[in-house]
Design a protein around this ligand. Structure first.
Ligand SMILES: [Zn+2]
Length: 231
């Protein structure tokens, strides 16, 4: 039986309570995962707690090199995921990769719609993308939270399968269509040190940078920890 306490708002450092054995099911038993006697952190709790952190910008070295694989699937990872979801929500992002909050680990979160207008939320550790042999390309506006306020049409395969691990280290496979397909590819790129402009021509890059420059004053250096300004 899966047991965990359902609460709407948890302290930001919630997993440390798990480590201390202070998180108890109504029966008084510690909370464990269905995969074995391990502390348990379901997705809804990852979504319910966390601290909004500043988003790193293009040019920061952490965004331009491959990340280290996730090897520890415990409270430290869950704390990171809580903060990533909170930061992505504050920035109204479709997805956020760990290096975008300065952490050199191969994990991303997503919260966006698929082609059927279903809201999809989740995370993938150590992602690997599989595309069709002859993919159908979809061209749509795409931006990056690490260059806020700039968007350009980018052609990407309209379907992607992303395989990796969940927050417990269990194998998962996410099938993405619509914005989710784009997001899975964009975020996996981040974890390989590839940012969106690496797919663009020189003139497109200039256009993107120009767009960002025009609105950059609205984004404090520590956005979204400090909110966007309106001018
Ligand atoms: Zn991005």
């Amino acid at each position: 039986m899966i047991v965990y306490i359902r609460v709407s708002k948890l302290p930001a450092r919630f997993p440390s309570l798990v480590q201390l054995g202070l998180l108890l099911a109504p029966s008084g038993e510690p909370v464990f995962s269905p995969y074995g006697r391990r502390p348990w952190m379901p997705l809804e709790q990852l979504l319910a707690s966390g601290t909004v952190l500043p988003i790193t910008r293009w040019g920061n070295p952490v965004l331009h090199r491959p990340c280290r694989p996730v090897t520890e699937f415990g409270p430290d990872l869950w704390n990171l995921l809580c903060d990533m979801f909170a930061t992505n929500t504050a920035a109204t992002g479709a997805g956020l990769a760990a290096p975008q909050i300065g952490v050199d680990l191969a994990v991303f979160v997503y919260d966006c719609l698929d082609a059927f207008d279903r809201r999809r939320q989740g995370l993938v550790c150590n992602p690997q993308i599989t595309l069709a042999m002859e993919p159908h390309l979809d061209t749509d506006y795409e931006g990056c939270l690490s260059l806020p306020g700039a968007y350009l049409p980018v052609a990407r395969p309209d379907f992607a399968i992303c395989q990796g691990q969940d927050q417990f280290g269990e194998p998962i496979s996410v099938k993405g269509t619509g914005t989710l397909a784009r997001c899975l590819q964009h975020e996996t790129g981040h974890l390989n040190g590839i940012v969106m402009e690496d797919h663009l021509t020189a003139s497109e890059r200039r256009d993107l940078r120009r767009q960002h420059k025009q609105v950059a004053v609205n984004y404090p250096d520590d956005w979204p920890a400090s909110p966007k300004l309106s001018h």
